[in-house]
Design a binder for this molecule. Structure first.
Ligand SMILES: C[S@@+](CC[C@H](N)C(=O)[O-])C[C@H]1O[C@@H](n2cnc3c(N)ncnc32)[C@H](O)[C@@H]1O
Length: 209
C-alpha cells in the first residue's frame, strides 16, 4: 500500500470533521441508530458510523483498505456501548466477501460515502439485493451529482483530479437515480446541500415487497 493510502486514512477524519459536525453526524445517527439484527457496513473506512450503532446489533464492517481499518479498529476499541462489530479487509467485488455472506441473511446494509468510491456500484446493488432479507433495509448517505447544469459541468471538470486526490471518489454519480434503476424504493429520503448535493435515504428492495 502506498504512502498516500496511509496519508488519506490519517487525514480522513480531520478533513471531514466540520461537515460531520454541521450535518453528516446527525444524518448518520438518524439512519443508523434504529438498526437491529445482522448489519453489513460496506466501506466502513475509519469507523465513523460505529458510535451510532445500538447494543444488540451485530455488525460486519468491511473495507478493502487496511489503512482505514487500522483507524476503525481504534474506534471500535473506544466504544462505550457494547456493540458487536467484526472487521474484515474485504471490499465489494472480493469473492471472499461473497463467500462470507449468505443470501437473504441481512437485516440492513449500510453504505455511507462509499457508493461514490467503489468501482462498480451496479455490482454492489446486485449483491445488496442478494444479501438482504425480504424485510431488509439499505441505508444510504452520499454526495451526488448536482442538478444545476453549471455545477454539473464544474463537477465533471474537477472529477478527474478529485478522483486521484480522494482515493477514487467520483463527484459525478447520480446515485439516487442509480438506486431506483437498480430496484430499490425509498421508504424515506432527503436531499440537502453541503458544499455539494447530498442524498440520505432508507430504501427497501422492490422485488421483496
Ligand atoms: C470516503 S470513504 C467512506 C468511509 C465511511 N463509510 C464513511 O462514511 O466515512 C470510502 C471508503 O470506501 C472504501 N472502498 C473502496 N473500494 C471499495 C469496495 N470495492 N468495497 C467497499 N469499500 C470500498 C475505501 O477504502 C474507503 O474506506
Amino acid at each position: 500500500m502506498s504512502l498516500y493510502n496511509k496519508l488519506f486514512a490519517r487525514i480522513y477524519d480531520p478533513f471531514m470533521a466540520a461537515a460531520e459536525r454541521k450535518k453528516l453526524g446527525s444524518w448518520r445517527r438518524r439512519l443508523i441508530s434504529p438498526l437491529q439484527g445482522q448489519v453489513l457496513e460496506v466501506g466502513a473506512g475509519t469507523g465513523v458510523n460505529f458510535p451510532f450503532y445500538r447494543p444488540g446489533v451485530e455488525v460486519l464492517a468491511v473495507d478493502p483498505s487496511k489503512e482505514m481499518l487500522a483507524f476503525a479498529k481504534k474506534k471500535k476499541a473506544a466504544l462505550l456501548s457494547k456493540v458487536s462489530i467484526e472487521l474484515l479487509p474485504y471490499g465489494i467485488g472480493d469473492p471472499k466477501l461473497d463467500e462470507h455472506i449468505k443470501p437473504a441473511s441481512l437485516d440492513a446494509v449500510v453504505a455511507t460515502l462509499v457508493l461514490c468510491t467503489i468501482p462498480d456500484p451496479q455490482e454492489a446493488f446486485k449483491r445488496f439485493h442478494t444479501w438482504l432479507k425480504p424485510s431488509g433495509k439499505l441505508l444510504i448517505l452520499e454526495h451526488i451529482h448536482a442538478q444545476n447544469p453549471l455545477r454539473r459541468g464544474l463537477e465533471k471538470a474537477i472529477n478527474p483530479l478529485w478522483k486521484v486526490l480522494a482515493e477514487g471518489c467520483h463527484l459525478t454519480r447520480d446515485t439516487d437515480l442509480f438506486l431506483r434503476e437498480a430496484g430499490f424504493e425509498a421508504v424515506s429520503e432527503s436531499y440537502f446541500h453541503l458544499g455539494v448535493r447530498w442524498y440520505a435515504a432508507e430504501l427497501i428492495p422492490k422485488s421483496k415487497n
